[in-house]
Design a protein around this ligand. Structure first.
Ligand code: FE2
Length: 313
């Protein structure tokens, strides 16, 4: 019924710069569609009737089970164009915090991206970190996208599904987003198939300290990561105290929404209704050239920008 996270939606101010970053530097070379036109179904979210955008769906050529997700680049074309990154965004405020790419041999890839390709680092690679409660090891580093959005590189060295290979970025492993209440969110997304908990952490992740506004006490961090049987995972984060809502406007630059894959949108909508989950519109169908892109945005406990998508790429 639900197939995990299909894609992370990332706002961009211009597509040429975005392509240079996502296609040429990060290897998302598979173009599933490149659409320009109206984007219906967002009226309630954006409080406008005329959302227009260029939307480009990209997959990584080295996608794997741990990096199965695509990226959806979105350039708003109506109004003033791409809205800015929410000013107060650090990590874990309500709203999308990051897109995470599974990356085999993270340190090598990170060094290449920073030293040779000029990508801006947000956190040097930490190797051999271990997360509980299952003591799973990982390597982790962070880059900025061209507009300051957070791109995490992770190598889940402790998960047996990792496959041997040369250094490579593979695809989206998870999206992280801030929530008001961890339990409510976890219960909600369990209904949508996110049942396998990879880790849970209640300690502040010190390397993130420079990301928070100066003059404020650092928040408490509560993080969890859940994966479904297919697709990418979700990483809800609860800050204590809660900082302000950083969802920003739909289409803002940086990671800003995500889509959960479903094989049949009509059936999935029926399921949402039976669970009492509201949708922001009727299901929408975009003719994106070689295929139909079907979606509907729905309301999660924090009203994040999250959709169900049925695709036939
Ligand atoms: Fe993450």
């Amino acid at each position: 019924m639900f197939s995990g996270v299909d894609h992370a939606g990332i706002g961009v101010a211009d597509m040429e710069t975005a392509f240079e970053y996502w296609i040429e530097k990060l290897g998302f070379t598979e173009v599933f569609f490149d659409y320009t036109g109206p984007v219906p179904g967002l009226e309630e979210i954006t409080k406008t009737n005329g959302v227009r955008a260029r939307i480009v769906m990209l997959g990584n050529r080295f996608t794997t089970r741990l990096g199965p997700g695509k990226v959806k680049l979105v350039q708003r074309l109506d109004g003033d164009g791409a809205p800015p990154l929410p000013a107060a965004i650090g990590y874990g405020e309500v709203g999308l915090a990051e897109v995470c790419l599974h990356t085999l041999h993270t340190k090598k890839i990170y060094r290449q991206l920073v030293d040779e390709y000029g990508c801006r680092s947000l956190m040097d690679v930490i190797e051999g970190a271990v997360v509980g409660p299952n003591n799973i090891s990982l390597d982790i580093g962070y880059l900025a996208d061209p507009w300051g959005g957070k791109v995490e590189l992770i190598d889940w060295t402790g998960l047996w599904t990792a496959r041997p290979g040369k250094p490579r970025i593979e695809g989206v492993n998870h999206v992280a987003f801030g929530v008001h209440d961890m339990r409510t969110t976890n219960d909600f997304y369990r209904q949508l198939g996110f049942v396998d908990q990879i880790f849970e952490s209640t300690e502040f992740f010190t390397p993130m300290a420079p990301w928070y506004q100066e003059g404020r006490p650092l928040p408490g961090h509560h993080m969890t990561l859940f994966m479904a049987g297919q697709g990418a995972g979700i990483e809800p984060v609860r800050l204590t105290p809660l900082y302000e809502d950083c969802r920003g406007e739909w289409g803002h630059v940086g990671p800003m929404d995500f889509g959960i894959g479903v094989p049949n949108l009509t059936r999935a909508c029926k399921k949402l209704r039976s669970l009492g989950i509201e949708m922001h519109s009727d299901p929408q169908v975009l003719d994106v050239g070689s295929s139909l892109f079907k979606y509907v945005y729905f309301k999660d406990p924090d009203d994040q920008y999250v959709s169900l998508v049925e695709t036939s790429y």
